[in-house]
Ligand binder design. Structure first.
Ligand SMILES: CC(=O)N[C@H]1[C@@H](OP(=O)(O)OP(=O)(O)OC[C@H]2O[C@@H](n3ccc(=O)[nH]c3=O)[C@H](O)[C@@H]2O)O[C@H](CO)[C@@H](O)[C@@H]1O
Ligand SMILES: C=C(OP(=O)(O)O)C(=O)O
Length: 420
């Protein structure tokens, strides 16, 4: 089906919007539920395609997955007896299928899965995941597009990550939860969803300490039990609405957020002259002044998140003067810039840096999203552009934004979705 978003730019966003559960947390927690061999109830799940794909894979493995409504899934993994998913067509577009390797290894000492896909934003190896599994005694092989991990005995180990990796940190944590003895992950990632996943695992009976710091200690346990868990709010979705509010010179209250998780983006917006007012679990973003140019460097948490680099670049096209965006996490996350240029942006990319020369106006055009956050960047650009912008490849946006066009309509944007 050819799906499109059509935006008539120029409306200031106004009103309030509620943030959904965190994609990157939800898509780790669903595979983690496999470890329980029991019934888990997970709520505040975002209504996005990645969640549907993972819930579908768990079902295909034998789990009972019941949609309880109200963004809640009940996942009973008692009937899963092995973890092998080999359907390339189902798994190729998502990254988080890799968590089934760690969870399957933990519970069954063996898992087979499609080599992870996900956004095409540069090289995305899984060597640190493999290093962690091997340190715990597993053998790992990659053949015909499938990754097999298996261990006669899974034992705790000390693992120093060579690069700070969100995926490797969570995957090792999943496997180590049911390994014999203690595991220590050093140079661990500290992103909010690492803490959320650790809280979920601890609620199932795991013994994990230090999540949210760069040293995580896991004492292996023999079994886990089911539990109820509420996914934390989506840091990246919230940041995207903050950026969209600022770009349109709007006044938006963003509800259901954890302001601490948004400090890097809040600080950058304030530097640009935008007011960001915190009120409990809400942030109000008011952009009444001329936007100032700034430098942005993506970093691991608590730095500026790479997943907001693309929408932030769209915002900076509207700033006065020249801004610099440096991408330190991925080596290919500027592909979308050519689409922004179609809309009149003046951006020069040199390796890992982009210089954004502020322009007076963007103009609506037919453009195509090349990945999830590229899609978000084009939406932000479309909201401020003169005339009509048509965004193709909306399936990328559906991977990570819950009811995007409806939420934007609620803020006064002239946006519609066409499913042809
Ligand atoms: C499903 C999910 O949660 N995706 C997020 C996760 O991706 P993902 O888990 O893939 O990202 P990582 O944190 O692992 O990657 C960070 C950097 O480490 C490198 N690396 C990673 C693993 C490895 O084994 N070897 C290696 O060299 C990557 O190439 C990249 O340069 O964190 C990223 C960084 O916050 C986010 O952009 C993604 O939205
Ligand atoms: C890169 C992202 O997702 P994934 O790792 O799932 O491809 C993202 O959410 O921006």
């Amino acid at each position: 089906m050819n799906k499109k978003l059509v935006i008539e730019g120029g409306s200031k966003l106004q009103g309030s919007v509620s943030i959904s559960g965190f994609k990157n947390s939800a898509i780790a927690i669903i595979p983690a539920a496999l470890l329980a061999g029991d019934n888990c109830i997970i709520d505040n799940l975002p209504n996005i395609s990645d969640v549907k794909v993972l819930a579908g894979i768990l079902k295909s493995l034998g789990a009972t997955v019941i949609d309880k409504g109200n963004n809640t899934l009940e996942i009973d993994s008692r009937n899963i007896t092995s973890c092998s998913y080999a359907d390339y067509e189902v798994a190729k577009d998502i990254r988080a299928s890799y968590y089934l390797l760690g969870a399957g290894l933990g519970r069954f000492k063996r898992a087979v899965g499609v080599y992870p896909g996900g956004c095409s934003i540069g090289s995305r190896p899984i060597d640190q995941h493999i290093k962690g599994f091997e340190a715990m005694g597993a053998k790992v092989s990659i053949e015909h597009g499938l990754v097999t991990v298996e261990a006669e005995k899974l034992v705790g180990a000390e693992i120093y990550l060579d690069v700070v990796s969100v995926g490797a940190t969570i995957n090792i944590m999943l496997a180590a939860t049911m390994a014999e003895g203690n595991t220590i992950i050093e140079n661990a990632a500290k992103e909010p969803h690492i803490v959320d996943v650790a809280n979920f695992l601890n609620c199932m009976g795991a013994d994990i300490k230090g999540a949210g710091t760069d040293v995580i200690k896991i004492k292996g346990v023999k079994e886990l039990k089911g539990c109820n868990h509420t996914v934390i709010p989506d840091q990246i979705e919230a940041g995207t609405y903050m950026i969209a509010a600022a770009a349109t010179k709007g006044d938006v209250i963003i509800n259901n957020v954890i302001p601490k998780h948004l400090e890097a983006i809040t600080a950058k917006l304030k530097e640009m002259g935008v007011d960001v007012i915190e009120n409990g679990e809400s942030l109000r973003v008011v952009a009444s002044n001329t936007l100032k140019s700034v430098s942005v460097k993506t970093l691991v948490y608590p730095g500026f998140p790479t997943d907001l680099q693309q929408p932030m670049t769209s915002l900076l096209t509207k700033a006065k003067g020249n801004s610099i965006v440096t991408e330190t996490i991925y080596d290919g996350r500027f592909k979308y810039v050519d689409e922004l240029k179609r809309m009149g942006a003046n951006i020069k990319v040199e390796g890992r840096a982009a210089v954004i020369y502020g322009v007076n106006r963007l103009s609506g055009a037919k453009v195509s999203a090349c990945d999830l956050r590229a899609g978000a960047a084009l939406v932000v650009a479309g909201l401020v552009a003169d005339g009509v912008t048509e965004i193709e490849n909306v399936h990328y946006i559906d991977r990570g934004y819950d009811k995007l066009h409806e939420k934007l309509q609620g803020l006064g944007a002239k946006i519609k979705r066409i499913n042809e």
